[in-house]
Design a binder for this molecule. Structure first.
Ligand code: ADP
Ligand code: MG
Length: 308
């Protein structure tokens, strides 16, 4: 299996499950170095699941497909090795460790990392500088990790971690809810500083487009029911703002129906194509192609001949 030549991250045909339940179905997603991508979709679509899988969370299992990162097949690598390879996933719910100050936790995150480890004084200076960039109060660094942190404060910790670790790809899984204007500002500033200081790639998972207002987004991926149903440039964002995910959910239902029909042999294949045509009247050409591709790949030999 090959990856797209200039991809930093390349997710290929990823089918994955948790507790025996299949959540992702043949997901493909590519992010090139230095690009900012957004993964959007309704609640429960599988966005966070994809983030966890890319990061190597052992709670999720890969049933089919592969994950390539920075020229390496990382599908079987531990989370720690992926982190050292340059992957970062923000934690929606950071741990609480009473008695451990935030600064010690941050120091531990870069311990033993080549090129990142620093002496005490240097670390203090760097963290203070970063806190300043994020408009964070320095006294914050002495607080106990996670204890009584608000949603916004947790975001600030994430951004500090991101700027200290300087990963090649940061996957930011937003909670969307509970972020006040202040927290949104910290996240925006953090993403900005990360892009400027490292030229790293971003994959922002969200169903809230407000966070994207000040960002130059290269590509938008829409996920519904564990499938990527649409990919487009940043112009898709205002469209989603205006129309929500309803259209995509209908398209996904049509695609599912088409797949089901395609699995039932020749006569139903016609029905499947009808379903595609019906769906096509309400969607763009790109989606029709992807429906066709699904039909062709899920059908038997004749489907493949058809595709050529
Ligand atoms: P999103 O981030 O798009 O809202 P998720 O990836 O969190 O969606 O969830 C997708 C589906 O996977 C949901 O049905 C959710 O209940 C299920 N799921 C995700 N993680 C787990 C888990 N650790 N255990 C059981 N089910 C899970
Ligand atoms: Mg989620």
């Amino acid at each position: 299996m090959t990856t797209t030549a200039d991809s930093l991250l390349s997710v290929r045909g990823l089918t994955a499950s948790v507790d025996e339940k299949t959540i992702l179905h043949g997901v493909n997603l590519d992010v090139a170095a230095g690009e900012t991508h957004v993964l959007m979709g309704p609640n429960g679509a599988g966005k966070s699941t994809l983030g966890h899988l890319v990061m190597g969370d052992p709670a999720y299992s890969v049933d089919e497909g592969s994950i390539f990162f920075d020229g390496q097949d990382v599908t079987e690598l531990s989370c720690d090795k992926r982190s050292r390879a340059g992957l970062f996933l923000s934690f929606q719910a950071p741990v609480e460790i009473p008695g451990v100050p935030l600064s010690s936790f941050l120091r531990a995150t870069i311990a033993g990392r080549e090129g990142l480890e620093m002496k005490g004084k240097q670390f203090r200076r760097r963290v203070t500088e970063l806190a300043g960039e994020l408009n964070m109060d320095v006294s914050y660094l002495n607080r106990e990790l996670g204890v009584g942190f608000s949603g916004g404060e947790k975001k600030k910790v994430e951004m500090l971690q991101l700027l200290l670790l300087q990963p090649k790809l940061a996957i930011l899984d937003e909670t969307d809810s509970g972020l006040d204007v202040d927290a949104l500002g910290v996240v925006s500033r953090g993403m900005d500083a990360y892009r400027k200081q490292t030229d790293g790639s971003l994959l922002i998972i969200t169903h809230n487009t407000r966070i994207l207002e000040h960002l130059k987004v290269d590509r938008v991926h829409v996920m519904v029911n564990g499938r990527i149903v649409r990919e487009d440039d940043a112009s898709l964002i205002p469209w989603i703002d205006a129309n929500g995910f309803d259209t995509f959910e209908r398209e996904a239902a049509a695609q599912l129906e088409a797949e089901r029909a395609a699995h039932e042999g020749e006569p139903s294949r016609d029905a499947a194509i009808d379903a595609v045509r019906a769906a096509a009247s309400s969607l763009g050409a790109g989606m029709v192609q992807s429906l066709r591709a699904t039909l062709d790949s899920s059908g038997n030999g004749c489907g493949n001949a058809d595709a050529r």
